[in-house]
Design a protein around this ligand. Structure first.
Ligand code: SAM
Length: 346
């Protein structure tokens, strides 16, 4: 009996059906379930009427969300036995669009873009390259031209980048004491979410967000509602243009987009712009040295394969790239959350 129980393929079944969970979450978000149940306690019939969805489909979706602990159930007090649904606290914090810690846009991007790329994972492993051509019919010779194939796609990508730093940005920014660095340049700083974390953790600092011109324009338009005089922008291409002067450079989730060769090219440019005593902070998800995990980062590395030219790396691999660019003093700090920190001092 014991042997049979051990042979039950529980994990394999979970893995096989994992996408059913993802798709349930995606659909509930996309249809607006969590917006609706944010402050109301409604029956499946009321939800289906408000969302213009079928009653039967809605009942099943709500029931699955209860199973996933994304919704609570209550019985109507009118004695009819009608089941009412409301958001769990976790859904209110992370799934409602307007919440400061909302993951709504990450979920939307996962559903509309990443999920489609992952359909071609086997092809990506076979070819050893991203699958934009198959997934979206766009040439991926220039990675960010493909990623930013329309303004709408660019803003969606920026939302994806933005949301995670509201959850774990502070851990990365405070992994090392960055107080000595007053002027900071966040290369590929995108929506500015990490820049905001910087000036909040180090009120004396000022941050220049350096990114491609269209990204800077969209960042100013969509993500910088409350102007902070400590945050400025600089439009440019970090492979081609001169970098702004700074005490500290940040590369957050940049090197994982690129090959070792392109990474060393960029790191060398930063090393040359950096003054002695200045530093570079990398924010990346680190793989364990013995290849044992973390599973999330191993999966992210596959995601980098289907979506970019890069990979996730171990601390020793980042150290090797930094050494090749000239940085000799390298310190790493794992945060226990998604992203870790590597500080290289010149
Ligand atoms: N650092 C941000 C974060 O962690 O949220 C964004 C990371 S995103 C994966 C990569 C960023 O690099 C994007 O904002 C992109 O526009 C920017 N980028 C890509 N190529 C660039 C280039 N050649 N010059 C400047 N920025 C570039």
């Amino acid at each position: 009996m014991a042997e049979e129980a051990e042979l039950y393929p529980k994990k394999i079944l979970e893995y096989m059906e994992g996408f059913l969970v993802s798709k349930t979450l995606f659909s509930a978000c996309e249809l607006g379930v969590f917006e609706l149940l944010q402050s109301a306690c409604l029956s499946a019939g009321q939800v289906s009427a408000a969302l213009s969805t079928s009653v039967d489909g809605t009942e099943r979706l709500l029931s699955a969300c209860v199973g996933l602990q994304l919704l609570n159930t209550h019985t109507h007090t009118d004695g009819t036995g009608t089941v009412l649904y409301s958001n769990t606290e976790m859904s209110n914090v992370f799934l409602v669009k307007s919440s400061p810690k909302s993951l709504y846009h990450s979920i939307e991007y996962s559903s509309r873009t990443i999920y489609l790329c992952w359909h071609y994972l086997s092809d990506a492993v076979r070819d050893g390259k991203n699958q934009y051509e198959k997934a979206f019919g766009v040439n991926s010779k220039d990675l960010f031209e493909a990623l930013y194939r329309s303004d709408d796609e660019m803003v969606k990508f920026m939302h994806l980048m933005n949301s995670v730093w509201n959850i774990c940005g502070r851990d990365v920014i405070t992994a090392f004491d960055l107080t000595p660095y007053k002027t900071i340049c966040d290369l590929g700083g995108c929506s500015g979410a990490l820049a905001k974390q910087c000036v909040s953790a180090y009120p004396e600092s000022s941050v220049t967000i350096f990114d491609l011109p269209r990204v800077v324009q969209n960042s100013q338009k969509h993500f910088m509602m409350d102007q902070d005089p400590r945050i400025a922008f600089c439009e440019g291409d970090f492979f081609k243009d001169e970098l702004p002067q700074a005490d500290l450079y940040i590369l957050a989730r940049i090197l994982h987009d690129w090959t070792d060769q392109r990474s060393v090219e960029l790191l060398t440019k930063i090393y040359q712009s950096c003054r002695p005593g200045g530093a570079l902070l990398l924010a990346e998800a680190l793989l364990h040295e013995d290849d044992s995990g973390p599973l999330t980062v191993q999966l992210y590395s596959l995601n980098m394969l289907v979506q970019t030219e890069g990979r996730e790396r171990k601390a020793s691999e980042y150290t090797r790239l930094l050494n090749a660019a000239g940085f000799t003093h390298v310190h790493t700090h794992t945060t226990g959350k998604i992203y870790d920190a590597v500080l290289a001092i010149k």
